[in-house]
Design a protein around this ligand. Structure first.
Ligand code: SDX
Length: 428
């Protein structure tokens, strides 16, 4: 059986054989389909890329129908149970699990790059006290690049690797310093004796004690959450990272663009929106009315539900729900989880959600944990962005090394006015 598609253009009666490769046809192969020699040829029209592969990637595999998520072939469930976040970041960035020595070197490098240039404090201190942490994060990531002008040499692998190490390492310091500035606390500097999540908790919550000691259960829970949020193939913010990175800008600016995409409530901003929704529902008895509002089509969404790819339970949501109860053992139960669990139970039995294959996604339960860990709600998306920088950077370098890729510049269907002459003011 030939791996081709035979297309008949009924406008001309001509037929075309288009090769099928890896379950796709090349959009450019449609340009030969014309009605006249000077015709531009056919394009595809695919707003929001609902059915368009923008790249070939070996980083993350998702099977939306089966609820499968694998990083470089390793099931997310096994990585969440057996690996650390920095080990997973190495896997995403390098394609293989690190050896003992490789992991030790990687952890040492990241640990010893967490300090920010002291000048950075002036930028952080320049934000209004109530500036949203994601606005701070996006600005800070772009500003971080100005300290390393050599970062624009994106074709040099050694320089690229150096910036990757700096971004993975400094992202927790940037997040924590912005938080301390928000709450008017003195900065708590990195402690190289601590793990990556432990150091982040240290910089967030260290008070006057000489040495901060993270609670091991909470430290581990945060590490698992970092693993679960590290990458997710061609999501909106990764698409931004690849598109902006394709202009060959430095990785700090591309990460700032990706973080801006993540900020949206339909994407990474959903974890904050879920808590606001649960607070608004307020009690178990109010759930049926809320569900009715969602189903009325007036625009109220069940935040934390639904996904462009998963048409089954997001495997990350299952794992996060488990982590939540481990955390509540230490912090005390977040009362909102009862509303969330009941909301999930009702939704999963309701035809509206079943028909649309709407299940809890990664954002449905994560905010409950962040709240129990005493993170302010406005920081929830920053907590998503911290680990996602390793996914964005892995996708960015894969794009740069991909011979198929060039600067992203989609076409359009022009629907505007036909050519016309300028009209003088007194004629309008
Ligand atoms: C993330 O892409 C990724 O991988 C993202 C992510 C990652 O790791 O990077 O997984 C992280 O962003 C998770 C998604 C977090 N966002 C939310 O929880 C916000 C609420 N969810 C939705 O807005 C929505 O489900 C999306 C944006 C996630 C997906 O939207 P789609 O694929 O464009 O689907 P759609 O909006 O066309 O919805 C299809 C139908 C519509 O109903 P009808 O018009 O057919 O009647 O389902 C309905 C929608 O109204 N619908 C919802 C709903 N989500 C979809 N109805 C109520 N509540 C919802 N949450």
């Amino acid at each position: 059986m030939p791996e081709t598609l035979t297309i008949t253009d009924n406008r001309t009666g001509k037929t075309y054989d288009v090769p099928i490769k890896e379950g796709t046809i090349k959009a450019l192969d449609l340009r030969q389909i014309k009605i006249a020699e000077d015709d531009f040829g056919l394009m595809t029209y695919d707003p929001a890329f609902m059915n368009t592969a923008s790249c070939r990637s070996s980083i993350t595999y998702i099977d939306g129908d089966k609820g499968i998520l694998e990083y470089r072939g390793y099931p997310i469930e096994q990585l969440a149970e057996k690996a650390t976040y920095l080990e997973v970041a190495y896997l995403l960035l390098n394609g293989e699990l690190p050896s003992k020595e490789q992991l030790a070197n990687w952890v040492d490098t990241v640990t010893h790059h967490t300090i920010l240039n002291e000048n950075f404090r002036h930028l952080i201190d320049s934000f209004r006290y109530n500036a949203h942490p994601m606005g701070r994060f996006i600005s800070s990531m772009a500003a971080l690049g100005t300290f390393y002008p050599e970062a624009k040499n994106i074709s040099d692998a050694t320089t690229r690797q150096k910036q990757i190490e700096r971004i993975v390492a400094k992202v927790i310091t940037i997040a924590a310093f912005n938080y301390r500035s928000m709450v008017g606390m003195p900065y708590a500097y990195p402690d190289n004796d601590l793990s990556y999540p432990g150091n982040f908790l240290n910089m967030m919550y260290k008070m006057t004690e000489v040495k901060y000691t993270p609670n091991p259960v909470l430290e581990h829970a945060l590490d698992v959450l970092f693993i679960l949020h590290a990458d997710h193939e061609q999501n909106c913010s990764t698409n931004a990272m690849r598109a902006v990175g394709s202009s060959e800008v430095d990785p700090y600016s591309a990460v700032a663009a990706a973080a801006a995409a993540l900020f949206g409530p339909l994407h990474g901003g959903a974890n904050e929106a879920v808590i606001k929704m649960l607070n608004e529902i307020g009690s178990m008895s109010a759930i049926p009315d809320f569900i009715k509002r969602v189903k009325s089509g007036e625009g109220t969404k069940l935040m934390g539900f639904g996904h462009r790819v998963y048409k089954n339970y997001d495997p990350r949501a299952k794992l996060i729900k488990k982590v939540a109860y481990d955390v509540f053992e230490v912090t005390g139960k977040n009362p909102l989880i009862d509303i969330a669990v009941e909301l999930e139970r009702i939704a999963l039995e309701d035809e509206y959600f079943i028909k649309r294959k709407l299940y809890p996604n990664v954002d449905f339960y994560s905010g409950l944990i962040y709240q129990a860990l005493r993170f302010p709600m406005e920081m929830f998306t920053v907590l998503f962005a911290i680990p996602r920088v390793s996914g964005w950077l892995a996708q960015w370098q894969e794009m740069l090394d991909d011979p198929d890729q060039k600067i992203a510049r989609p076409r359009q269907i022009f629907t505007g006015a036909a050519r016309r002459d300028y009209v003088a003011m007194d004629q309008r």
